[in-house]
Design a binder for this molecule. Structure first.
Ligand SMILES: NC(=O)c1ncn([C@@H]2O[C@H](COP(=O)(O)O)[C@@H](O)[C@H]2O)c1NC=O
Length: 522
């Protein structure tokens, strides 16, 4: 690798560029630069050559043509190891460009603006930038291509240590990153354009859906030990989730740990007004509760089903304190504990069992951002908007309306049911689940299982409420619940036999609320 002598800098995101260019100058690098970037660098006292002055061809067409010139592209693409290339460049007065520092017009953030027009989007498609990035990445053996401001510091350190030479591996890694960058950029454009009509109106889902996910972690194995696996995230994902979580201690996360931690965290995120705890096993909540403190919330969630909580994944909605962590660690085998923040005392308490995985995911916004949900089928995926709504208009359909306490419990149970695999039945009392029937092929069996679970944990069903993720097709689920001691029910309604179902509830003196919204989860 030869010394970097000349760099072309043309960046939209100008963060850190003055410091980087200053470092390059200190190393004796000559800088070529485009309009806005050159102006900024010159204002900060750096001597730079304007690309237009160098090519003899000023920027034109509102910046649509700035660097699209043979003197620039031959300077990037010429092979220094081929005498014919070197001769041809010299003959044309073309100087080799050894480093290209470019980041692109902000297409992604432009189309994310609520009222972005098609014309604005189109104007934010960068042409010259990707051309230079791809040229430099193709000629990576001779040219270093820098597309990520987060790399500036490390590159300056390496250049300073070597007197201006980057290792062959650095050149290769920069090129790989550069092609990923332009691929992601073009994917965003393609996803946008194939989801609108020629007037810029959204037409549903893109004809081609490019995901461009970033590998966060290679996993030891997948759902089972004979399956290889890795964990990917959307690039730039910021909202707190299992993808943003930092592991503070414990064994390496497994595929199932990540899936269950996601289920637990997304469920507990719903509860904002009180400390909450969700314990998940095999993707289903087996205990959910609110409490005056996290410790109380955990104690109550655990009581729902201590047997299933063994080896569970536990999520909290507040900074986890030392006392709660100590209680968990001393009491039970736990795979993962996740919370927006883990206090120093909690981390110390977790240290008693070094294998327990402790994750800190950061605070989440009050309202979740819209996102897509994927379900794999052989040969493809099903795509839908994520289920972020809770309920439609709440309607009391029975003669008896729920009491205030029943109503609070109905809404709590409804929130939990949304996170239980269908057919989902949740029994709850005093903001605590007392029985969860999950993933059954008939709803009445889920109701039976919820009752069995409550009995097994020694929890009385009398006076508890029931939530059902979808309507009751027959009255049997209601009869079953009444027999167990349930006094109020929340469900979407909408069955052909709603009248029978309401009549059953009335017969049992139950209160029933329709939500007008279903929450299947598979
Ligand atoms: N048209 C061109 O020749 C061209 N060359 C570089 N750019 C882009 O112009 C931006 C920097 O512009 P400025 O230095 O004027 O702020 C960079 O995002 C770069 O990718 C171009 N703009 C868009 O295509």
């Amino acid at each position: 690798m030869s010394r970097i002598q000349r760099a072309l800098i043309s960046v939209s995101d100008k963060a850190g560029i003055v410091e980087f260019a200053t470092g390059l100058k200190r190393l004796g690098v000559e800088i070529l630069s485009t309009g806005g970037t050159a102006k900024l660098l010159a204002e900060r006292g750096l001597s730079v050559i304007e690309v237009g002055d160098y090519t003899g061809f000023p920027e034109m067409l509102d910046g649509r043509v700035k660097t699209l010139h043979p003197k620039i592209h031959a300077g990037i693409l010429g092979r220094r190891d081929l005498p014919e290339h070197v001769r041809a460049m010299e003959a044309a007065g073309i100087a080799p460009i050894d480093m290209v520092v470019v980041n692109l017009y902000p297409f992604g953030s432009t189309i994310a603006r609520p009222n972005c027009t098609l014309a604005e989007a189109i104007e934010n498609i960068d042409i010259g930038g990707p051309a230079m990035v791809r040229a430099a990445a193709k000629n990576y053996q001779h040219v270093a291509v820098v597309v990520d401001p987060r790399d500036y510091q490390a590159l300056l350190s390496e250049l300073t240590m070597t007197g201006g030479i980057l290792a062959a591996e650095t050149h290769f890694n920069l090129a790989r990153k550069a092609f990923s960058h332009t691929a992601e950029y073009d994917s965003t454009i393609s996803n946008y354009l194939t989801a609108i009509d020629s007037q810029g109106r959204r037409e549903g889902f893109p004809e081609r859906l490019n995901l461009n996910l970033v590998r966060l972690q290679s996993l030891r194995y997948g759902e089972n030990p004979h399956q290889q696996a890795a964990f990917y995230a959307y690039p730039g994902e910021k909202d707190a989730s299992v993808t943003t979580a930092r592991q503070l201690q414990g064994k390496e996360l497994s595929y199932n740990n990540i899936a269950d931690a996601d289920a637990a965290l997304e469920c507990v995120k719903q509860f904002r007004d009180a400390p909450a705890c969700v314990i998940v096993k095999h993707a289903n909540p087996c205990g959910v509760a609110l409490g005056a403190s996290l410790r109380e919330a955990y104690e109550r969630a655990y009581q729902t089903d201590p047997e299933s909580a063994f080896g569970g994944i536990i999520a909290f909605n507040r900074e986890l304190d030392g006392q709660t962590m100590k209680t968990i660690i001393e009491r039970q085998f736990v795979e993962v504990i996740i919370a927006p923040k883990i206090s120093a005392a909690a981390l110390e308490a977790a240290g008693a069992k070094k294998n327990v995985r402790v994750l800190e995911c950061g605070e989440w916004p009050a309202a979740p951002s819209p996102r897509l949900d994927f379900k794999k089928v052989t040969g493809g995926v099903l795509v839908q908007e994520a289920d972020l709504a809770l309920h439609g208009e709440l309607k009391v359909v029975t003669r008896r309306a729920p009491s205030e306490r029943e109503m609070a419990d109905l809404l709590f149970a409804w929130q939990v049911a949304k996170f239980v695999k269908s057919n989902a039945i949740v029994y709850a009392r005093d903001h605590m689940t007392i029985g969860v029937g999950a993933g059954q092929m008939s709803r009445v069996n889920s109701a039976r299982i919820a009752a069995i679970k409550a009995e097994h944990a020694g929890l009385a069903v009398a006076g508890a409420v029931m939530a059902s993720d979808a309507f009751f097709p027959f009255r049997d689920g209601i009869d079953q619940a009444a027999q167990a001691g349930i006094t109020a029910v929340i469900q979407p309604g909408g069955s052909l036999r709603d009248e029978d179902v309401i009549a059953a509830a009335d017969e049992h003196g139950m209160a029933m609320v329709f939500t007008g919204m279903r929450h299947f989860r598979h």
